[in-house]
Design a protein around this ligand. Structure first.
Ligand SMILES: Nc1ncnc2c1ncn2[C@@H]1O[C@H](COP(=O)(O)OP(=O)(O)OP(=O)(O)O)[C@@H](O)[C@H]1O
Ligand SMILES: [Mg+2]
Length: 249
């Protein structure tokens, strides 16, 4: 486990909103500068999950976000996650208004919990700081001049691509050894910063053993990233890699 970085986790501190970093399909990322009272500062990425099915622009603006998101295979992804009450499980399966609210509430909590577990296991993920209400605060990857680019936009040289692929393999092995599949792994959900590959965007991550579709998600992840690397000249056999990963379960 890496040492706990020197984050300003404990109050008192003040957060200064430096503006929107990215507005994605599912969430908006704001850049926050956190000022400790002893003069220390750090940059924080605050992920705010977009309210689902809120169409009116005025409502979104009032909530401080720019666009609404849609549900993304929620039931499939969450099948293995236990809602204790059968009433809740039925509501989620039917995707009733109540069921959707249940899922929304779990979203932030789940991503924070998954990233905490994976960070502890040594995966290269931003350090998860905290979550509250609809916001998840984590380590910001980048510097004051620019955020870490997504892998697909990072314009890597040939040897950097080979290095990134090795880091991807290490990360996948670690994820699978933890029994998890990312569920939406792609060159958009990998960041590249100072020769290091970072895994991000885990709200749909699943426990492979508990989720009936878990292996399918892992297979999808492997095929997806291998295809991207193959297009960029790193020759890989996704099925061989998938088989190798299965042996780790
Ligand atoms: N910790 C971070 N540090 C720097 N940039 C980040 C961080 N987290 C997210 N980003 C940027 O914000 C983008 C959106 O974040 P993320 O992928 O978590 O949310 P999303 O809304 O689910 O995205 P998508 O559009 O892929 O559905 C990322 O692709 C990345 O460019
Ligand atoms: Mg993403």
């Amino acid at each position: 486990m890496r040492p706990n970085p020197d984050w300003l986790v404990d109050e008192p501190y003040e957060d200064v909103d430096l503006g929107v970093l990215k507005s994605g399909k599912e969430a908006q990322i704001d850049l926050i500068e956190r000022h400790g009272h002893d003069g220390t500062r750090c940059l924080v990425a605050r992920k705010r999950y977009l309210p689902r099915e809120v169409k009116e622009k005025g409502v979104l603006e009032a909530m401080g976000v720019q666009q609404a998101s849609t549900f993304r295979h929620d039931v499939e992804y969450r099948e293995g996650r236990q809602f204790r009450k059968s009433r809740d499980r039925r509501a989620v399966a039917r995707m009733s208004t109540y069921g959707k609210r249940l899922l929304q509430d779990r979203w932030t909590d789940h991503e924070h919990a998954v990233m905490t577990r994976l960070w502890r296991a040594g995966l290269s993920v931003p350090y998860p700081l905290s979550y509250h209400d609809d916001a998840f605060d984590m380590e910001y990857v980048g510097d004051r001049t620019r955020a870490a680019p997504q892998l697909c936009a990072a314009r890597l040289e040939r040897d950097q691509l080979a290095d990134a692929f090795e880091q991807l393999l290490d990360g996948l092995r670690l994820l699978v050894a933890e029994g998890m599949a990312h569920g939406d792994l792609s060159a958009y959900n990998l960041l590249w910063w100072q020769d290091r590959l970072w895994f991000i965007d885990f709200p749909q991550a699943v426990d492979i053993a508990a989720n009936p579709q878990g292996l399918g998600f892992l297979h999808g992840d492997v095929v997806n990233v291998c295809r991207w690397f193959a297009r960029h000249g790193v020759v890989v056999d996704p099925e061989a890699l998938f088989a190798e990963l299965l042996a780790l379960l």
